[in-house]
Design a protein around this ligand. Structure first.
Ligand SMILES: C[S@@+](CC[C@H](N)C(=O)[O-])C[C@H]1O[C@@H](n2cnc3c(N)ncnc32)[C@H](O)[C@@H]1O
Length: 463
């Protein structure tokens, strides 16, 4: 990356700030954090408020379906970054990722420009409510060490509690813009959790959020420095990964009291975990009812070969946890083949009701492509429940609406054994300790959580 020659006070200040704060996160750490916040299991957009060279953004995009040159498919992921060189690196990284997915260069470049916004997150960042997922590794720098240019700007916009460190300002702003169903996953130094001088910040954040997970990270393997950064500058000390959620859903309250990052919240399992023995996927969202998902009577007008029975949690008998006879069908289209005239006629009549976020450039494709092969029996797990409820799903039936879908992995563990593990009291006890809580005793059950369930207690079943 060419060094930019500073031309004015602002550019010089940005260079100084970036040189002091750019410590990038390795993709393995990013992936675990994205799992912990459940990206992209629920609707909503994600933002990295200090994108650097785009590690979080590319890993977040890699979990979405981004069909060739479909700019709308990128619209859930956004990043903010102050430093022009880092913005360029981040955009290049996104372009490389999209080109590997088959995108043409100029469309990929336009996509990367739309994903990464160049600007100061603290002064020009998005306003409240737009981003359900916030993920990143915010910069940290003591307020007293900031270039004078930033001190004078931030003094006017930051509340007192956020002025100790740039990290405090980012945390305060992220919590402020987080919607009521939002979640924040970030990498930070542990000092704000422990120091007496951060008590006011903790109390202020604690009015809205609590902690759902906190764990230490290995500073020697979790980060790398951009090539432009001076060699030998010290790595971030005492890093932690932390997940914050609205207080009513969080596992631990945040108050002015110090928080130990070595606490019991968010256990790290010994291997093997369920992700080692089973394949866990998310069922597609196909848009509002009546477009790609039809009641059986409407579906009879369309060719059977283009339909697949589709089920949601309301098809499950809540007493017996058994699937009833499917009453709906999904239209299964393929990007490379135009659907039959009947399906085209139906879709043309209904697609006007598709919200913007569900519209695709290949007009006959649903918002999320059906990629589940459906050739084996599977388990459906409702995303919200007081316990994990594995429901048997015969081959050929499509779960929809972001329910979880589990099939046997490549090893020798049977679906019966996987179901037993999921229903076991050991798993339920683990769930109670580790799952984010919703209201009225319900848990937020996401794919990353399911993959992390330890299966060591069931060794007789997995050999
Ligand atoms: C610790 S790095 C993290 C980068 C990336 N999220 C990652 O984890 O690899 C922090 C980044 O924040 C940027 N930054 C610093 N202050 C900023 C501000 N006020 N607004 C937006 N970005 C900022 C820096 O230029 C730097 O690239």
């Amino acid at each position: 990356m060419p060094m930019l020659i500073p031309q004015d006070e602002r550019e010089l200040a940005i260079e100084i700030l970036h040189a002091a704060t750019a410590l990038y996160t390795t993709t393995s750490v990013v992936d675990v954090l994205l799992d912990r916040i459940g990206w992209p299991d629920a609707d909503g957009k994600l933002i990295d408020p200090s994108a650097g060279d785009g590690a979080f953004l590319v890993q977040a995009l890699a979990r979405l379906s981004t069909p060739k040159d479909d700019l709308v498919s990128l619209s859930r992921v956004h990043g903010w970054e102050l430093h022009p060189g880092a913005v360029a690196s981040g955009r290049e990284r996104i372009v490389r990722h999209l080109q590997i997915k088959g995108w043409t260069l100029d469309v990929a470049q336009e996509g990367a420009r739309r994903v990464i916004h160049e600007g100061d997150f603290l002064t020009d960042g998005p306003k409240e409510g737009c981003f359900r997922f916030i993920a990143g590794n915010p910069p940290f720098m003591r307020f007293g060490h900031l270039p004078e240019f930033f001190k004078s700007i931030y003094r006017q916009v930051l509340p007192d509690v956020a002025r100790g460190d740039l990290l405090h300002a980012f945390l305060e702003r992220c919590v402020q813009i987080m919607p009521e169903d939002g979640i924040i996953g970030c990498i930070s130094s542990d000092r704000w959790l422990i120091n007496e001088t951060s008590a006011n910040l903790r109390r202020c954040l604690g009015q809205k959020v609590g902690i759902s997970h906190v764990a230490r990270l290995d500073a020697s393997t979790s980060f790398y420095q951009p090539k432009s950064r001076r060699r030998g500058s010290p790595p971030r000390i005492h890093p932690v990964e932390i997940v914050l959620q609205p207080s009513k859903c969080a596992l631990q309250r945040l108050t002015d009291a110090p928080v130990s990052p070595d606490g019991v919240v968010g256990e790290v399992a010994e291997t093997p975990v369920l992700g080692d023995i089973a394949t866990v996927r998310i069922a597609p969202w196909l848009g509002p009812h009546g477009i790609f998902v039809l009641d059986a009577d409407k579906a009879t007008a369309l060719p059977q070969a283009e339909l697949v029975p589709a089920v949601d949690t309301d098809d499950v008998d809540p007493e017996k946890d058994q699937l009833g006879t499917p009453t709906r069908y999904a239209i299964r289209t393929r990007r490379d083949i135009e659907p039959s005239p009947e399906v085209q006629g139906h879709l043309r009549g209904e697609l006007g009701r598709m919200p913007k976020r569900g519209q695709r450039s290949t007009w006959w494709m649903p918002p999320e492509t059906i990629t589940l092969s459906l050739n084996k029996p599977a388990l459906l797990i409702p995303r919200i429940g007081k316990r994990i409820r594995p429901i048997r799903l015969p081959a050929g039936i499509l779960p929809i609406n972001h329910n979880l879908y589990i099939i046997e992995g490549s090893g020798s563990v049977s679906l019966d054994a996987i179901e037993d593990i999921l229903r076991s009291s050991a798993t339920h006890a683990w769930l109670e300790r580790n799952a984010p809580r919703l209201e009225n005793g319900y848990f937020d059950i996401r794919s990353g959580l399911i993959r992390r369930i330890p299966v060591t207690d069931h060794s007789q079943q997995i050999h």
